[in-house]
Design a protein around this ligand. Sequence first.
Ligand code: SAM
Length: 591
Amino acid sequence: MEVSLTSTAAAATKQVEQQQQFALASLTDLASCCSSSSYVASASSSSPAVATFSADDGVAELRFRRESDSDGGGVVNVDLTTAQLWKLGPTQTVCIFGGSDCDSNEEKYSKGVTVQFRNEEESRIFHCAFEQWKKKGIITQGESLPNGTLSSKSKFDDKIEPSSAKMYFHYYGQLLHQQNMLQDYVRTGTYYAAVMENRADFFGRVVVDVGAGSGILSLFAAQAGAKHVYAIEASEMADYATKLIAGNPALGERITVIKGKVEEVELPEKADILISEPMGTCHPLWPFFLIMNISLQLFADYYCLTCSAFSLILWIWHVGTLLVNERMLESYVIARDRFLAPTGKMFPSVGRIHMAPFSDEYLFVEVANKALFWQQKNYFGVDLTSLHGSAFQGYFTQPVVDAFDPRLLVAPATYHVLDFTKMKEEDLYELYIPLKFTASVGTRVHGLACWFDVLFNGSTVQRWLTTAPGAPTTHWYQLRCVLSQPLYVMAGQEITGSLRLVAHSAQSYTIHLTLSAKMWGVGAEQGGILQTSSCKLDLKEPYYRMSQPYAMPQDQQPHQLVPTQDVHIQADDLDDTDLIQPLQNLEAQLP
Ligand SMILES: C[S@@+](CC[C@H](N)C(=O)[O-])C[C@H]1O[C@@H](n2cnc3c(N)ncnc32)[C@H](O)[C@@H]1O
C-alpha cells in the first residue's frame, strides 16, 4: 500500500494542500445510470489504478486515475461532498457520486465506480481516509486545516471489536438515548453549574467537547463565552448536534461539529480546555430498550399519557455503571494528548471510584433464587439439578445496578483516584485496587458496593458530580458485586482484599473481586485470614434492579452505618411491605 501525505500551507492565504494516495488492484466503471438507478459494471474499463485524496484551496476531492491512462481519459473526479461508499465485500467497494465531468445530459445522474482493493486492510484504511477527507471538506468551508497527519489506523480500532463499536455508536446515534442523558438533571445540571460558575475558564478560550453527543456541553461552553468550540462526535448524533447548534445561531457561530472519533480527527488549533462526559454508562441491551421504548412511546401517545411519566420510565431504562465502563475515559485521555495545550484544563479533571462492603440479605436471596429453576427434579421428566451449581454461580457474575440505601454499607468507604490530567491511556487497561476496611457492625458481608464522582476543578469554584448512595440519584445509579459466599464479620474486624478491573475489547471490563475477613480477637495480631470469598463479574452484563425502592430489613434497622457522603433518606422512604422470601429458603438451596 502506498499511503503518502504531503502538507504545505501558505500562511498568507491559509490555503491547504494535502495529498493521500492509494494503489488499487482495479477500478471498474459502472454504466452511467441515465435511465436506471441500478448500476452495471462494465468489465471493459477495469484496470489497476491510483486513488488520490487532495485538498486544494480548502476543497477536498478524490481523483481516480487508471495506471494505463496516458491521455487523461481514465481520470474520474469525485466530488467528496456528494460521494458515498458502499462495501460490496471485504476488498470491493462501490463509490457513488454526482458527476461533474460528464456532459449535460448525464449531469443530473449519479455516477459510480467499483473499487477493487489489494487486501482487506487497504480497503479499511481507504474507507477511513474517505470519511476523514469528506469531513475535511466540511471543515474547510469555514476555515482551513493546518499541516497534519492522518492516522492510518486509530488506537480505537486497535483495541475495540468492530461489532461492539458499531453497536455502541448506533446506540449513541439515537436522540432518545441522548435525551435520557439530558433528562438526568443531576448530571446535566451539575455540568451546567460547573461551566457557568467557572466562566473565566471558558471565556475567550478554545474548547474541545470530547464525545459531544447532542452538543449540549459545547452549547454550555459557548454560553460561557468560549471563543470557539470543536464538538467531536463519532456517531450519527453529530448530524443532530449540527442541527441543534444551527437552531441556536447566536452560540452556533462559535461551534464547529466534527464527525469522527477523537482518536482520528484533526483539529486546526490546540485547545485551552477540554470538556467531556466520558463516564461509563451501561447499555448492553439496547435493542431491547429501543423496542420497548418505542412501544411505550406509542402506547403513551395512544392513551394521551403525560410525557413526563413516560420519560421517567425511559430514563430509568438508561441506567449506568462504574466510571470506567465503555472505555471512553481512554478516548478522553487520548484527546488530552492530541488536542490540549500544555497548560490547558480538563472538565472534569479527576474521577474517584468509591468502594465499601455491604450487607444485603434480600439482594443475596434474590440473586440466588434466580437459579431455583434448575432445582427441578422433574422438568418434563428431566432432572435439571446437575446444572444448579453452574446457574447459581452464573447469576453471581452479574454486577447489580440499583440505588441502594447507604445504611447497608458495613464500613466507611475507601476510594481510588484517577487523575485524567496525568494518567496514561494504558493505565486504564488494568486497574488494581487494594482494599482495606474496618467493619462498623457485626453482620454478613455480601459483597462490595461501588460508585464514583468526578471533579470540575474550576478556577472559581470546585464542584463534584457524585453518584453516591443517598445522594440525588443519577442515571448511573450504583453498582454492587455480590459474593456467592458471604463473609461473617464482627464490629471492628478488618476486611481486606482487592478489586481488579481488566479492560476487554467489548468496551467494558472483567471485574475480579476478593474479600477476606481478617482474624479477629485472640490471635488477631498474627494477621491471619479467617475466610475469603472471590468472584469474577462482567461489567458489560449487569443485572438492573430498579423496580422497587429499597426496604430496610428489620434485623438491620438498628445499625447506623457510616457512608462517605451526606445521606438524605427520609424515614417515609422506607417500606418493609415488599420484602422478599425468608432466608431459610436460600440456605436450603446453597450448592
Ligand atoms: C456519555 S455521551 C455524552 C454526550 C454529551 N457530551 C452529553 O454530555 O450529553 C458520550 C458521547 O461520546 C461519543 N463518543 C464516545 N467515544 C467517542 C470517540 N472515541 N470519539 C468520538 N465520540 C465518541 C458517544 O457517541 C456519545 O455520544
